[in-house]
Design a protein around this ligand. Structure first.
Ligand code: NAD
Ligand code: ZN
Length: 502
């Protein structure tokens, strides 16, 4: 209330040439009652029901700029729809500014009887929902025109929110966005920048004062020693709890840096500048961090969400083409989880993606991150639906481990694992032969390996079995179907093996 949404929405609609909708005004017009009257008659629940219905009506209409009532986003299903289908911007301001703008609170039922206290308690109660947005603008000291420009610029960017209450963050995708790093770390008390020898150049571009750590490159060095190197460098640098640790690199640097941040001084802030396709679409989003032990990959780790993720496709120009292609396996996986539209888009763009076309790459990253963000928001700690992200990974991990880490890239193994998963799906009557052919054709068009029979040996199964032991008696297998029809099933390893070996 008083943040300026009505005036900003009106001016923004004019600036963008879009229709303007004031949701509260529509509620009043539709119901023929004042907002105070609706509250007096049916209480807040009646008002919220009407508000949700009309907001969904607006979403179904042509593009508009909508000023939402301050409480509209407290309705989680509505907020998640707004996040998925629109650009949701939070306008905020200091309490004294807000109070002055609402003229002390008269005619505002939610602010009675003590406007300042009511406002502060509303702010505290709603902090977690207002954090779930594409961007925030503090309007306290800005003129209307400046606020409009900032919101317009947020709306013009590729931004994917990962909505996790007060741990929410935004994945920003665009050319040159790595240069936003300096702005994103401003205000933290000591910055540690971590890279590997292949990504140092991007870490060292911003010349601001920071502790710079270089790790050894590759999966073989994804160890506790590498984590300790980050801890020691940070502690020698003299960081405190206000520190920000940033990964500038692929999934290996990201997972190690995230874990170091999660454990350093019992947890400091963390940011990601992913530099591989795989890390942009997968590992930098969702907060899984960790390192390998001789018993297996990623066996020790922590959930620790980043504060920001800056995806700059320009850095992919120096990435080996085979690494870039391997990352597309996770893009294909995400599309298959998402549904028909995402798969069809990927089929259309496959050739451009293989070439490394910039626009197609940005679209593919956005689409995959949206899927991952949606799944992570539903199940941050992987107790249910997040397991779907393991599509292709059960047999894939087996192939990867059996080949010896490094011999087969993770993405290549996932591609073969998806082919294997389709065989299981067909054997169980969950997928048609045409769905299986379509998936194989897509993976092949993306330059990924699909020759499963040539690569499958008996040595794969002990690894799948080991996976099973960690899960209980049977393996929780991700069974695809038509696009958007993937499910988690608990299957005996023997059944998986029979179906995959055919
Ligand atoms: N946390 C998660 O949710 C999650 C999800 C998927 C994968 N992962 C992890 O991610 C890791 C794989 O990530 P990856 O494929 O990014 O591997 P990676 O970090 O090893 O990078 C691949 C190679 O590319 C080099 N490189 C990176 N960016 C470059 C650039 N812009 N230019 C030139 N060279 C560059 C690296 O030095 C490395 O040699 C695995 O350890 C896997 O377990 C984690
Ligand atoms: Zn993966």
């Amino acid at each position: 209330m008083g943040a300026g949404k009505s005036a900003v929405a009106l001016a923004l609609a004019a600036r963008l040439g879009r229709r303007h909708v004031d949701l509260d005004a529509r509620i009043v017009a539709t119901s023929g009652r004042s907002i105070e009257r609706i509250f007096a008659d049916g209480g807040e629940p009646a008002f919220r029901a009407l508000e949700a219905r009309l907001a969904e009506e607006v979403l179904g209409e042509e593009s508009a700029v909508v000023a939402l009532g301050g409480g509209a986003v407290t309705q989680t299903p509505l907020r998640r729809r707004l996040l998925a289908e629109g650009t949701l911007v939070t306008l905020e301001a200091r309490t004294d500014v807000l109070l002055a703008r609402v003229g002390g609170g008269e005619g505002r039922p939610l602010l009675q009887p003590d406007p300042r206290r009511a406002m502060e308690s509303l702010r505290a109660r709603r902090a977690a929902v207002y954090a779930e947005c594409h961007g925030r603008v503090d309007t306290s000291d800005l003129a209307l025109g400046e606020v409009v420009e900032r919101v317009a610029s947020l709306a013009s960017e590729v931004r994917v929110p990962v909505p996790l209450g007060e741990d929410s963050y935004v994945v920003e995708v665009g050319e040159g966005y790595r240069h936003r790093l300096e702005e994103r770390v401003a205000g933290y008390g000591g910055v540690i920048l971590v890279a590997d020898p292949n990504t140092e150049r991007y870490r060292d571009e911003p010349a601001f004062e920071a502790c710079r750590v270089t790790l050894d490159e590759g999966e073989a060095h994804k160890t506790i020693d590498a984590v300790a190197r980050i801890w020691d460098a940070a502690l020698a640098y003299g960081v405190d709890r206000r520190a920000m640790v940033v990964a500038v690199g692929g999934g290996v640097v990201g997972d190690l840096t995230g874990f170091a941040a999660a454990s350093l001084l019992r947890g400091v802030a963390f940011g990601q500048v992913p530099t591989t396709v795989l890390s942009m679409v997968d590992s930098s989003v969702g907060g899984k961090t960790g390192f390998n032990r001789s018993a297996g990959k990623n066996l020790v780790g922590a959930f620790h969400q980043p504060k920001f993720v800056l995806c700059d496709p320009v850095v992919l120009d120096t990435l080996a083409p085979a690494e870039r292609i391997a990352g597309l396996a996770e893009v294909a996986k995400a599309a298959w989880l998402e549904g028909e539209e995402a798969v069809a888009r990927l089929e259309r763009d496959a050739e451009a993606l293989v070439r490394g076309d910039r626009a197609a790459t940005i679209t593919a990253i956005e689409s995959a991150v949206r899927t991952k963000a949606r799944v992570v928001a539903l199940d941050e700690r992987e107790s249910g639906v997040r397991m779907l992200l393991n599509l292709g990974h059960t047999v894939g991990h087996g192939l990867e481990a059996a080949a010896g880490y490094g011999a087969l890239r993770h993405g290549e193994a996932v591609s073969l694992g998806m082919v294997a998963a389709m065989r299981v799906a067909m054997a169980r009557g969950r997928a048609s032969a045409s769905a299986a052919e379509r998936m194989e054709a897509l993976l092949h068009a993306l330059g990924l390996p699909v020759d499963l029979d040539a690569r499958l040996g008996a040595e794969v199964w002990p690894y799948v079995d080991a996976d099973k032991k960690r899960q209980g008696d049977a393996v929780r297998f991700i069974v695809p179907g038509e696009p958007g029809q993937t499910r988690v099933e608990t299957l005996p390893v023997d059944e998986v093996r029979r179906a995959v070996e055919r």
